[in-house]
Design a protein around this ligand. Sequence first.
Ligand code: UDP
Ligand code: MG
Length: 329
Amino acid sequence: MSTNRNTPTLYIVIPCYNEQEVLPITCKEFLAKINELVGLGKITDDSRILFVNDGSKDDTWNIICRLAEEDKHYLGISQSRNRGHQNAVLAGLMEAKDRCDITISIDCDGQDDINAMNDMVDAYLDGAEIVYGVRNKRDTDTFFKRFTAEAFYHLLDCMGVETVFNHADYRLMSSRVLQEFANFKEVNLFLRGMVPLVGFKSTSVYYARHERIAGESHYPLKKMLGLAFDGITSLSVKPIRMITSLGFVIALLSFIGIIWVMVGAIAGNTVHGWASTTCLLCFLSGVQLVSVGVIGEYIGKIYMEVKHRPRYIISEKTYDHNEDNTEQM
Ligand code: UDP
Ligand code: MG
């Protein structure tokens, strides 16, 4: 599909897991937003709201089916079981990518300001292919949520995962970007870290985050830590490199230790056998950690290889715009 920069077709992709309390309220807001944008002439009337039911155990899927009958702008797909937020978003994006020009992924709980979509579409019309929704204040979050969430972004940054600070999964992606993104074949998903890897012209829009309209968060601290751990281990081999560095530091300290032990032994103020045992201990612990680090480096390389990510993505050519540009795996 060739992209239509002037009046694109928009798909709003919304993951839903046990959201029967929230969905009947927020679905109307999404529809109103689509109608508003159509009215403003920013998007076509072929634009849709695509709900992704993530194996909900409550009435969520029935609500989605009813909505789809009521208004042509509502569509729904359902995952065979609960696979988690990231997988649900990906399922929706992949479903949408051949049917529209742009997608906006957003949670269904009304926390992310839906009005930021106007700015996102404008940024696309101005030439951006990815527009990140960034929270500019977290006044409504508890101190604990704010502290842990910000620590989360700093931790990712220290560990070598490139993310947009305070951006969750509220973002606009063009179908162009999604076609390339489809070549990222990994199973462990951390969309926030993966999307920047695709490249292309990107920008951010800022919005205030609200409280959840109803229901409860599915992201308690335990899940957030899990997400951070997944993000780090699937996007960065920095932790392995830290083992190697630690190995070298310990090897150096051991070397100093060995000299100290030998000096002690020669001066004669040690118990017999202590010097040789300590020397061996120092030497071996250094050697072992360096070795583990080196083996880890290879495992890290293998890990990156098995992902089969595209090795290059071409964003522009001086000729023939509609041909597929990316290396096919
Ligand atoms: N969600 C999902 N699958 C899950 C957990 C959550 O699709 O296993 C959806 C959920 O319905 C919501 C979004 O992901 O639309 C974000 O979840 P939530 O609001 O609970 O997280 P928080 O905003 O508290 O981080
Ligand atoms: Mg939420």
